[in-house]
Design a protein around this ligand. Structure first.
Ligand code: PEP
Ligand code: MN
Length: 338
């Protein structure tokens, strides 16, 4: 529920109103606004009586939020949220961020080599999977902690912050200590205990959309992280399951403006998992920027034929390099920078 109050309302009256809602077990969030004071209420607001709240001479408008997400809702936070990573921010009108690197870390030498190559192309975050959620238990499962340490070495050598996927909360400390952005993969989008665990940290969390999740389910997963106390959520669309066979997943490009309208969170696009085909990455990347995405998460490998996972959807560094000037032009056309 959103309560808009006159700017002339005495602070003492506001304090009393806040205390009243808190005594009912609700959480009161003050929403920044120039012309009014605004309270956003979360918790079980169903039993609140709108007309008695409106009876206060200081209250202008009482509005029920009809969607289940509150803290992620733009009505609760009209400004774009910016997520700080290393010395830059993601979201709003900040520079569009390029995150690139291999699907899997294969060795320290490999991640340093590819990290150096993607940095030269203009990437500002290095990706690499150390714990891999594979469909088959017989496929390569990732190097585990060794992979995280290799990524840390690559960070030291390249200066790039690193992103890696966390699959289980028993590795949370390892990730908090070593990685700059924690990725929650599509398959764990509704692992609510894991969402609450990363929500108790202040780390940037990149939350991928699940294979068959609606946009509302995805935003509700972000709500879990936000309501556990972590405001640093970046959403990532990576394609959803459809009937089409020419692509690995179906890229739902309309999510970009929908997320921007309904939430204040940054959104990045992963064209690699969305298409499954390196030949489609450039077009989908350019379209994502045109639609307003705040970043791209691209799988890159210098020997994709030999990659231990997802080679077919990995760009060679030279192809990534070719994409950059085009991406900059599209960004410029919509008043952004890359
Ligand atoms: C990945 O980023 O390598 C990955 C497994 O992604 P997703 O969770 O989107 O399938
Ligand atoms: Mn992958």
């Amino acid at each position: 529920m959103i309560i808009t109050m006159k700017k002339e309302m005495p602070r003492e009256e506001m304090g009393k109103m806040r205390a009243h809602f808190e005594s009912l077990g609700l959480q009161v969030h003050e929403i920044p606004a120039d012309e009014f004071y605004i309270f956003g209420l979360t918790g079980d607001t169903a039993s609140l009586d709108e007309s008695s709240i409106k009876a206060s001479p200081w209250v202008e408008v009482v509005r029920r939020i009809s969607v289940p997400y509150k803290l992620a809702n733009r009505a609760f936070h009209p400004e774009d949220s910016l997520v700080q990573v290393a010395d830059f921010k993601i979201g709003g009108q900040e520079k569009i961020v390029l995150m690139a690197g291999p699907c899997s870390v294969e060795s320290e030498e490999q991640i340093i080599r590819i990290g150096t190559a993607v940095k030269e192309c203009g990437a500002s975050v290095l990706r690499g999977g150390a714990y891999k959620p594979r469909t088959s238990p017989y496929s390569f499962q990732g190097l585990g902690y060794e992979g995280i340490l290799a990524m840390k070495k690559a960070k030291e050598k390249t200066g790039l912050p690193i992103i890696s996927e966390l699959m289980s909360s028993d590795k949370l400390e390892e990730f908090v200590e070593n990685v700059d952005i924690i990725q929650i993969g599509a398959r764990n989008m509704q692992n609510y205990d894991l969402l609450k665990a990363v929500g108790r940290t202040k780390k940037p969390i990149l939350l991928k959309r699940a294979l068959s999740a609606t946009i509302e389910e995805w935003i509700m997963s972000a709500e879990y992280i936000l309501s556990s106390g972590n405001p640093n959520v970046i959403l990532c669309e990576r394609g959803i399951r459809g009937f089409e066979k020419y692509t690995r997943n179906t890229m739902d490009l309309a999510v970009v403006p929908i997320i921007k309208q309904r939430t204040h969170l940054p959104i990045v696009i992963d064209p690699s998992h969305a298409t499954g085909d390196w030949k489609l990455i450039e077009a989908v990347s350019l379209a994502s920027i045109a639609a307003g995405a705040d970043g791209l998460l691209i799988e890159a490998h210098d020997n994709p034929e030999k990659a231990w996972s997802d080679g077919a959807q990995s760009l060679k560094p030279e192809k990534l390099k070719e994409l950059i000037p085009k991406a900059k032009l599209v960004a410029k056309a919509i008043g952004r920078e890359l």
